[in-house]
Ligand binder design. Structure first.
Ligand code: PYR
Length: 319
C-alpha cells in the first residue's frame, strides 16, 4: 500500500465521490479509500476514478463495501446518509442521519484510532455533535464541514458586487450550516477595507438591502442547486478538500468548520461553525472574533436551533 496520508471516505454518493475526485486531481493524499454499502455503485465509482489516474497526481484510489477499508486512515470523512429532496431543509434529515452515523462510528474509531473525523452529512452540526458524543474523542478531533462552503458562496457574491477577485475577500458566515446561518458583516473585508465601508461614487455598496439580498442568496443556495440537479456536489467537494488539506498539511488555516463550542460570548454546548484554526490536530482554537450585537443574537439562535434538533434526535447537549 502507498505510504503517506490516507483519507477514508464513508459514503460514495454524489458528495463522497466528488470529494474523492477533488482529492485525486489535487493530490491531497497518497490514498483515498471509499466505503459504501452499495457494492455495485462503490465498484463503479472506484473504477471511474482509477481510469483517470494517468491524468492526475499519483493517488491510490481503493474501495470496498467492507468498512475495514477505512483502517489506518488519518482522516475519516463521513458523507453517508439521506440527502435533501427539493424544498426539504437539512434539519429534516436529522433523525435518520444521526441514527446512521451513530451506528457507524464505533467501528470506524476502532479501525482508525488516530483519525480526525470530518463530518459532511447533513444536518452537519447535529451529526457532528452525535459523532463527538458516540466516539468519545477529544473535541478537536471531530469537526464538520460547517459553513466553509457557505462562506465561499458569501465571498463569491461580495466579490461579484464589488468587482474584485474572490481571493481578495475575507468574510465568514457562521453558526448553523442551514437556514439560520449568520453572516459576520461587521468582520468582513475586501482587501484592507471593511465591506461596510466599501463606497463607490459616494454610495455604500453593501447597504442593508444589498446585504439582505446576498444573505438570502447564500442561505437559499443549496435549495437552488438541488431544485435544478437533485444534489450539490462540486463546491462541497472542493470545500471539504480544502479542509482536508488544512488538516493533513498542518496549515493552520482559519476556517469556519463546525466543532464543539464550550463558551463563546456565553454561547455554547453544541457544535456550530465559528472561524477557527484548523491544523493536524483538527479543530483548533477559535479566532478571537468579536461579533456585533445582532450577530451574537443570530448565533444564539443558531445554537438554540441546533440544540433543539440534537435533543429531538437523542443527541446529548451540554447546558
Ligand atoms: C449545501 O450544498 O450547502 C448542502 O448542505 C447540501
Amino acid at each position: 500500500a502507498a505510504r503517506g496520508p490516507r483519507i477514508a471516505v464513508v459514503g460514495a454518493g454524489q458528495v463522497g465521490s466528488t470529494l474523492a475526485y477533488a482529492c485525486q486531481i489535487r493530490g491531497t493524499a497518497n490514498t483515498v479509500a471509499l466505503f459504501d454499502t452499495d457494492a455495485a455503485k462503490l465498484r463503479a465509482q472506484v473504477l471511474d476514478l482509477r481510469h483517470g489516474g494517468m491524468f492526475a497526481p499519483t493517488v491510490e484510489v481503493v474501495g470496498s463495501d467492507d468498512v475495514g477499508i477505512c483502517a489506518g486512515a488519518d482522516v475519516v470523512v463521513i458523507t453517508a446518509g439521506a440527502r435533501q429532496r427539493a424544498g426539504e431543509s437539512r434539519m429534516a434529515l436529522a433523525g435518520r442521519n444521526v441514527r446512521l452515523c451513530r451506528a457507524l462510528v464505533p467501528e470506524l474509531c476502532a479501525l482508525a484510532p488516530e483519525a480526525v473525523f470530518l463530518v459532511v452529512t447533513n444536518p452537519v452540526d447535529v451529526v457532528t455533535q452525535a459523532v463527538l458524543e458516540v466516539s468519545g474523542l477529544p473535541a478537536h478531533r471531530v469537526l464538520g464541514s460547517g459553513t466553509v462552503l457557505d462562506s465561499s458562496r458569501l465571498r463569491a457574491l461580495i466579490a461579484a458586487r464589488a468587482g474584485v477577485g474572490v481571493a481578495g475577500v475575507c468574510a465568514y458566515i457562521v453558526g448553523e450550516h442551514g437556514d439560520t446561518a449568520v453572516p459576520l458583516w461587521s468582520q468582513a473585508f475586501i482587501g484592507s477595507v471593511p465591506v461596510l465601508d466599501w463606497v463607490v461614487d459616494g454610495r455604500q455598496v453593501f447597504d442593508e438591502p444589498a446585504r439582505r439580498e446576498i444573505e438570502d442568496s447564500v442561505v437559499g443556495a443549496a435549495y437552488e442547486v438541488i431544485a435544478g440537479k437533485g444534489a450539490t456536489n462540486y463546491a462541497v467537494g472542493l470545500a471539504v478538500t480544502h479542509v482536508l488539506e488544512a488538516i493533513l498539511g498542518d496549515q493552520r488555516l482559519i476556517l469556519p468548520v463546525s466543532a464543539y463550542v464550550a463558551d463563546f460570548h456565553g454561547i455554547g454546548g453544541v457544535c456550530l461553525s465559528l472561524p477557527r484554526i484548523v491544523d493536524r490536530s483538527g479543530a483548533g482554537a477559535l479566532e478571537p472574533t468579536v461579533p456585533g450585537t445582532a450577530e451574537l443574537a443570530g448565533l444564539r439562535r443558531c445554537a438554540h436551533v441546533i440544540a433543539k434538533a440534537c435533543r429531538e434526535s437523542g443527541v446529548d447537549v451540554c447546558g
